[in-house]
Design a protein around this ligand. Structure first.
Ligand code: GLN
Length: 310
């Protein structure tokens, strides 16, 4: 691309963004903690980081937002590296068919969560990180910084403190799992790690860049570092496809056809194997906790470029 002039990809992203902004407003900003309820609901951005190192963006793609459940990907990759296949005795790999913070299945299924992308599963993953690292929170933030190749990635202290104060449901999940001996560490420490990782802030650009290895058989584009094995990259993408968009994962596979993960901060990342990673952000959420405009922008983009992996 000529410096200073938008590339074809950027023009396409601008068009997708302006179509999204012209839609009737729908959805509500996450309001379970005050720090998220205060976010400007009108933000909207999108970025595509391709495997050749290019990043194309439109809108608010450089404003950091609370990555929330998107952090479950980083936690899972770290835990898979540390635990190997033992991890899968502690958490399964099936879609839940329930809301992301649901507790009911856990009792029937003896404290083993359905998958690592619902809260219960991510809390088990956080437990394994708490036991395998002497400083799991630092390990997590350093991992994210090295993937994004950026030192200025931080957690939002207001969100972190707010998550702790309003974390009763996550505490209930953790205590129930502890009663089934599926939490090893102290519940307080596990939740502290979980709330910390949810409170990491990143922009669409940096989130898309950081996850390139999932589109590239485990190898980070640019640095050539092998972040996880090829097998694990395939496995993470498989669980993202079936469970990353919670109880809307089936519809997302049907309409978009990409492994993807959403967070209640309004971010969605979608992995396009052998091509790159898309990240969209807009804070208003639908009833499943997925970003309304994020979903529609990624859907349009996947249709336009024919990206479905199916
Ligand atoms: N912090 C949120 C929670 O634990 C994360 C959930 C999400 O992003 N879906 O409820």
């Amino acid at each position: 691309a000529t410096p200073g002039r938008p590339s074809n990809q950027e023009l396409m992203l601008e068009e997708i963004l302006s179509d999204a902004l012209n839609q009737p407003v729908s959805g509500e900003v996450a309001n379970y903690i005050p720090a998220l309820a205060m976010v400007n609901p009108n933000h909207c951005g999108i970025a595509i980081a391709t495997l050749d190192g290019e990043v194309h963006t439109a809108g608010d793609a450089d404003i950091p937002f609370s990555i929330q459940s998107v952090s479950k990907i980083f936690g899972l990759v770290l835990a898979m590296g540390r635990m190997g296949d033992d991890l899968w005795h502690r958490v399964h790999m099936e879609p839940s068919g329930h809301a992301f913070n649901s507790i009911v299945q856990l009792e029937w299924e003896h404290g083993i969560p359905r998958n690592p992308f619902i809260n219960a599963g991510a809390i088990v993953v956080a437990d394994t990180l708490t036991s395998h690292y002497s400083a799991s929170k630092a390990a997590m933030v350093n991992f994210v910084r090295s993937l994004a190749n950026k030192d200025d990635i931080h957690i939002n202290q207001d969100v972190y403190q707010s998550e702790k104060i309003h974390g009763n449901r996550n505490a209930a999940l953790a205590y129930l799992m502890k009663s089934f001996a599926n939490i090893e560490s102290e519940v307080e420490d596990v939740l502290d790690h979980y709330f910390f990782q949810c409170s990491i802030e990143m922009s669409c650009r940096n989130l898309a860049r950081s996850l390139g290895f999932l589109a590239n058989r485990g190898m980070q584009p640019g640095t050539g570092d092998q972040i996880c094995t090829r097998r694990d990259a395939h496995r993470v993408n498989a669980i993202l496809s079936t469970s990353g968009m919670y109880d809307q994962s089936g519809e997302f596979a049907f309409t978009v056809g990409l492994p993807a993960k959403s967070g209640v901060g309004g971010g969605i990342v979608a992995v396009v194997p052998n091509y790159g990673v898309i990240c969209a952000w807009s804070p208003r959420l639908n009833q499943f906790g997925n970003s309304c405009l994020g979903m529609s922008m990624i859907t349009r983009l996947a249709e336009k470029l024919g990206l479905s992996v199916y």
